[in-house]
Design a protein. Structure first.
Length: 129
């Protein structure tokens, strides 16, 4: 991963992950939350997007056209990597220990879902920002 943008409280990293069948260019954006933002985990989490190749949708899937994403950007939705109600992640977690491996796991589940229509990652999609 390499830093492509950096500001006072934020940074963007880009890199490549290869879960099983193909490689994906990803972008991780993170902004350290202000004290008031710490009340809402959705406003403090890192945002991961698959930049290339674009994520494909399925028309007929019980999980929806593309499961476990936040549709804040139609072309590059953010990945839903954890359930904010479980306390799995907080701003003191290292992105290299959580966000990057969780992104890789998400991509493994995505490749399986593309092949079978079944999302094997479990979890509960927590809704969008």
């Amino acid at each position: 991963m390499r830093v492509t943008e950096k500001a006072d409280r934020s940074a963007v990293w880009q890199g490549r992950l290869r879960p099983l069948l193909q490689s994906y260019d990803i972008e991780i954006a993170y902004r350290a939350p202000l004290v008031v933002e710490r009340l809402d985990i959705m406003r403090q989490q890192p945002w991961v997007r698959i930049m290339s190749p674009r994520l494909k949708r399925r028309r007929s899937s019980e999980e929806g056209v593309l499961p476990h994403v936040y549709w804040d950007n139609e072309d590059f939705p953010a990945l839903c990597l954890f359930d904010p109600d479980t306390g799995e992640w907080n701003p003191s977690c290292f992105l290299a220990d959580t966000t990057v491996p969780w992104s890789l796991d998400w991509l493994v589940c995505y490749e399986g879902w593309r092949a079978t229509g079944e999302w094997t990652g479990g979890g509960r999609h927590a809704g969008g920002p």
